[in-house]
Design a protein around this ligand. Sequence first.
Ligand code: A2H
Length: 253
Amino acid sequence: EGVLPQEYTLIKMEVLRPFPPKLGPLEGKNVFLAAATLRPETMYGQTNAWVLPDGEYGAYEINETDVFVITGRAALNLAYQNFSRIPQKPTCLMELTGHDLIGLPLRSPLSCNEVIYALPMLTILTDKGTGIVTSVPSDAPDDYMALHDLKAKPAFRAKYGVKDEWVMPFEILPIINIPEFGDKAAEKVCIDLKIKSQNEKEKLAEAKRLTYLRGFTEGTMLVGEYAGMKVQEAKPLLRTQLIETGQGIMYSE
Ligand code: A2H
C-alpha cells in the first residue's frame, strides 16, 4: 500500500439475463461485476473479466436498483465514498465465490465484444481494488498471459469448468499503438521476455514496467471516438465519459 491514494475507475460489467439459478436471490436487480482499472482508455479491448476462483465476494446494494459483486473490503470502502444504499453501511444480499462467477455472460462499457465472460485468474489480489479485474490482453501483460494460459491449456479450462466458447473466440484486439511496441504491446513484450505463464511474477512485473509508462506517454488511440489522439489526452476524456454516462464510478483507496 502506497502513501498516496490510488484513483481507480470502477467499470460496471453488467451480468446478462437470464441469471443462473445460483443468482436467484438477485432477481429483479441490475447486477454488475465492478472492475477496478487504472486504464479506462483501454476498455475497447476487453475480452473477458477475471475473478479469483477461491476468492470471497458478495453482492452489495449500491443504491435502490444496482448491485455490485465485489470483495467485502471494497464494499466497505465504497460505502464511505457514498456508494451504498444505506449511508456508510454495506448491505450484502448474498455471498459468492469466484467459482460461482466463472462463466457469467457480461456486457461491458466500450468493449468491442458485445458479450464477454467471467474467467479464472489465479494471481488476483483480494486486498486491492474490488477483486474483479477487466481483461485487456492487448495492453496488460497479466491479462495477456492469463488468457494465453486458458487458451493453450485445455486441462486448465477443464479444472475450472471453463467452456471453450467463453475463451477461444476472443482475439487480441489492437486498440493502442506504441511506437516501440506496435499495436499489441503486451503480447510483444511477453513474447520478447519469453514469459511462459501468468505465474512468472518477476518477468511480468518487468513487462508491466516496460509497457505501462510508454503506453501513457507515447501511445496513440487506434479505435473509438478518440482514434488518432494521444492516450494521455484521451484517458481523462474517456474516464469522464464513463462516469457521466453512469457506466463507471470513481473509486479511491
Ligand atoms: B489495469 P495497481 Cl490495459 N489484483 O486495468 C490484481 N490486479 C488488479 C487488481 C487485483 N485485485 N485490481 C486491479 N488490477 C489490475 C487494465 C490495465 C491495467 C491495462 C494495463 C495495465 C494495467 C486492464 N486490466 O495495470 O497495483 C488492473 O489492471 C498495470 C498495473 O493499483 C488495474 O489496471 O497499480 C491495475 O492492476 C491496478 O494495479
